[in-house]
Design a protein around this ligand. Structure first.
Ligand SMILES: O=C(O)CCC(=O)C(=O)O
Length: 284
């Protein structure tokens, strides 16, 4: 049963990021402060918000998260969450594990007190090859995470994924069955798969599980090597898009309520109608 304990406002910050990490962090801070001023209680940043997106950039921008003081992104996110008294889903950053030298695409989540609540390493790496359109192979440099992430907040449980993770319905389904009322995905789709699948996947995960789904993208920069689709959006448990941006910087603001989840589940009670006796051996 997905429980949303009390209504709240979510903000998605669609941000432009350039090569200067310190400038990216300062810019993120300005925009998160704006979102908090607009009344947001939970604020989400995009995938790779502190660097350009690309396999060649990951090693250069990676930070070790074992000692928070040595990670400028960790300390900035923590202090912004505290300053704004909001839950901050810190998009993602390239992470290096200093023991293994392995790199990950990692999201850090902070409480309104600035405490680290969760660390999600992208589970499904973005390896695709659509001839003539786009070729990308994150696994050339990144390692995959091995854990699902569910964040406990005062509003209830939120499931977390990063970008390509949204293509795997099992992740959202499992989170919903563990009681999450929303899935949040910082993500950076592109100009090929963005128009085809971004909104379709968000609406699918929402309607499959009758939960809220939020996708937060970087703004599009046509001078960068990777052209992000943008279109950050919040989808309600009925698959309806509550708010969507175009490709420029901006803020999505949406109110999430338990009543909406209950209304949708009452009208179309699929959560009560599943036939696990028929398809219980999903993994087989
Ligand atoms: O799934 C896609 O089409 C895009 C995924 C992506 O850009 C990513 O995982 O970073």
């Amino acid at each position: 049963m997905s429980i949303l304990k009390q209504p709240f406002k979510i903000a998605l910050v669609q941000l432009a990021a350039g090569p200067d990490k310190a400038a990216n962090l300062a810019h993120a801070k300005t925009k998160v402060l704006e979102a908090a001023k607009a009344g947001a209680n939970v604020i989400v940043l995009p995938e790779c918000f502190n660097s350009p997106y690309g396999t060649n950039y990951f090693p250069q921008y990676a930070e070790s998260l074992t000692a928070p003081n040595s990670s400028p992104s960790f300390s900035t996110l923590s202090s912004i969450a505290k300053e704004t008294s909001t839950y901050l889903i810190g998009g993602s950053i390239p992470e290096v594990d200093p023991n293994t030298q392995k790199l990950y695409n990692t999201s850090l989540v902070f409480s309104p007190m600035g405490e680290l609540l969760a660390t999600h390493r992208k589970i499904h790496l973005f390896d695709i090859d659509i001839p003539g359109k786009i070729q990308f192979k994150e696994s050339e440099v990144l390692s995959p995470g091995d854990n699902m992430t569910i964040v406990e907040t005062e509003y209830g449980k939120i499931g977390l994924g990063i970008c390509y993770d949204i293509r795997f319905p099992e992740l959202a389904m499992t989170a919903a069955r563990k009681g999450c009322f929303a899935m949040i995905y910082p993500g950076a789709f592109n100009m090929t798969t963005g128009p085809l699948h971004w909104s379709l996947l968000a609406r699918s995960r929402a309607v499959d599980n009758q939960i809220y789904v939020a996708l937060c993208s970087p703004a599009r920069d046509m001078n960068a090597s990777y052209h992000a689709w943008g279109h950050s959006m919040v989808v309600d448990p009925n698959g309806e898009i509550l708010q969507e941006l175009e490709h420029s910087e901006g803020l999505v603001l949406a109110n999430l309520s338990r009543e909406r989840i209950e209304e949708v589940r009452k009208g179309i009670p699929v959560t009560m109608q599943r036939r696990f006796d028929v398809y219980k051996n999903v993994v087989d």
